[in-house]
Design a protein around this ligand. Structure first.
Ligand SMILES: Nc1nc2c(ncn2[C@@H]2O[C@H](COP(=O)(O)OP(=O)(O)OP(=O)(O)O)[C@@H](O)[C@H]2O)c(=O)[nH]1
Ligand SMILES: [Mg+2]
Length: 467
């Protein structure tokens, strides 16, 4: 719980935050990532994309805490600076702030500096400025002029370094230049590579710069942290549900052993697995607020709501670093994703027969279906080990990507490549327990309150969220 600070009188009004900077530095992108929405504004790799000031509210639950103002990028800093210098030469009695006020008051529509006037107007109305920097750019004269003008407004400024991935030395240089402007409280916030920590630090910087809003910002930080944890947990639970859904799937295969019947069963199983994975993908995107539309925009390797690399495609085992020479991969069902077994998966044919011979009532109750199946010669068909492994690894990878993907990202998510994802330590045990409980395939009150099920789900979720 947050603690009230009696020493500070706290503001009850909204905090107004202007996002400013040179054109094409990622201002709109930053706001998208902060809002976790791709709906806000227009993002484009071109100067002058944002033409008007646009606003978005950030709330802690139903309490609105701050308004973010997206502003057009500053383009002609040189002309702006020259114009402002001319104004101050004319009105020597005016303070630096009054000069800016005069500039805004005099600016007209179709003025050459109309865009710049919109920015400065918003700067003057705001409590705090986020100055977005593309660190790949050298510290040119135009940036120095921009900073001079912005600081003239007398508002606290948080320089935000964008495009930082792989640009350490450029970042260090920018720090040095900003120090000359007494700006030390800088922030690294890559708008395409989201990290909750960076978001938290941004609000913490605001807290130190505008103490009046300290408590409400703290409320916001706590709220966002809770929300973030819930989001990650929901994502992991959804993937666990997929693993359960597919691992518990089984279909009895009649005694008739013709090829046609076999291939129909195979198709059914494939369809089932594909659909299950597709539903999970859809839900994960929704949980992290990436819409179906974003799938196209964000170039996730999915088309028509399906993974581009089919789960049963040749080569997928290798892509996931799974042992291609393994028995499962070499067996009759290689690439088919099918385990064809007589009796229960866990028991195997031999032990199932053994169980019939010496089974007590409790064994029969538990494995009865398998035993009866064995007697009747029924075979069960289930998704094989490798299919389950790929499902898990692929979704774990996607989950991680979505957790760290800013809503400004427009590059391709490579989820089809092997990464460093690993199976949970107790994977085989978990899977075999699931296979023995086909009734768990769909959610039910009985399943969800079953301690063994709960333990399996918890282990899957924990493994999915660990780094
Ligand atoms: N790689 C990378 N690209 C980014 C990042 N931030 C923004 N971009 C890209 O940079 C371009 C400009 O982003 P915008 O958010 O439109 O920039 P802006 O500052 O709002 O631009 P104007 O409105 O024109 O002033 C887009 O193509 C973004 O996808 C980043 O952190 N990394
Ligand atoms: Mg913009």
């Amino acid at each position: 719980m947050m603690t009230q600070n009696p020493q500070r009188s706290q503001s009850t009004t909204m905090l107004n935050v202007a996002v400013v900077g040179h054109t094409n530095t990622g201002k709109t992108s930053l706001i998208r990532t902060m809002l976790r929405s791709t709906e806000f504004g227009v993002v484009e790799d071109a100067a002058g994309t944002t033409r008007h000031v646009e606003q978005a509210i950030i709330s802690a639950g139903d309490e609105a805490v701050l308004t973010l103002y997206d502003t057009p990028g500053l383009e002609d800093s040189r002309a702006l600076s020259a114009h402002i210098k001319k104004l101050s030469a004319k009105s020597k009695a005016l303070s630096a702030l009054q000069i800016l006020q005069q500039f805004v008051a005099q600016a007209t529509v179709n003025d050459a500096l109309e865009q710049e006037a919109k920015v400065i107007r918003q700067v003057l109305r705001s409590d705090i400025l986020l100055y977005i920097i593309d660190v790949r750019e050298p510290f040119l004269e135009k940036y120095r002029l921009e900073l001079e003008i912005l600081t003239q407004a007398g508002k606290p400024v948080i320089p935000v370094f964008n495009f930082i991935a792989g640009h350490d030395s450029a970042l260090a240089k920018w720090r040095e230049h900003l120090a000359v402007f007494h700006m030390h409280a800088t922030l690294e916030f890559d708008t395409v590579a989201f990290s909750f920590e960076a978001e938290k630090r941004l609000y913490q910087k605001m807290q130190t710069l505008v103490e009046m809003h300290y408590d409400r910002l703290q409320k916001l930080i706590d709220y966002r942290a809770k929300l973030w944890n819930q989001l990650c947990l929901s994502g992991a639970k959804r993937v666990a549900e997929l693993v359960v859904n597919v691992a518990c799937y089984r279909e009895s295969k009649g005694a008739e052993n013709n090829l046609l019947a076999h291939s129909l069963l195979e198709d059914r199983l494939h369809d089932f697995v594909r659909k299950a994975e597709q539903n999970c993908l859809h839900d994960l995107l929704a949980i992290f607020n990436f819409s179906e539309k974003d799938v196209a925009i964000q170039k996730i390797p999915v088309s028509n709501g399906q993974w581009q690399l089919d789960i049963f495609a040749p080569g997928i085992l290798k892509a996931y670093g799974l042992d291609v020479g393994s028995a499962a991969a070499k067996g009759a069902a290689a690439g088919a994703g099918i385990d064809l077994v007589v009796g229960g998966m866990s028991l195997g044919a031999a032990s199932a027969l053994g169980a019939i011979a010496g089974a007590g009532w409790s064994t029969f109750k538990r494995y009865g279906d398998e035993i009866k199946a064995t007697v009747r010669g029924t075979k069960w068909q289930c998704a094989d080990e490798t299919t389950l492994q790929i499902l898990y690894l692929r979704q774990k990878h996607l989950l991680k990507k979505l957790m760290h993907r800013g809503h400004a990202a427009q590059d391709t998510v490579h989820v089809d490549k092997a990464d460093s994802e690993k199976l949970p330590a107790s994977w085989s045990k978990l899977v075999s327990a699931l296979r023995q409980n086909p009734a768990w395939q769909e959610p039910s009150a009985a399943r969800n309150s079953n301690p063994q099920y709960q333990e399996i789900e918890a282990k899957l979720v924990e493994a999915l969220l660990e780094n």
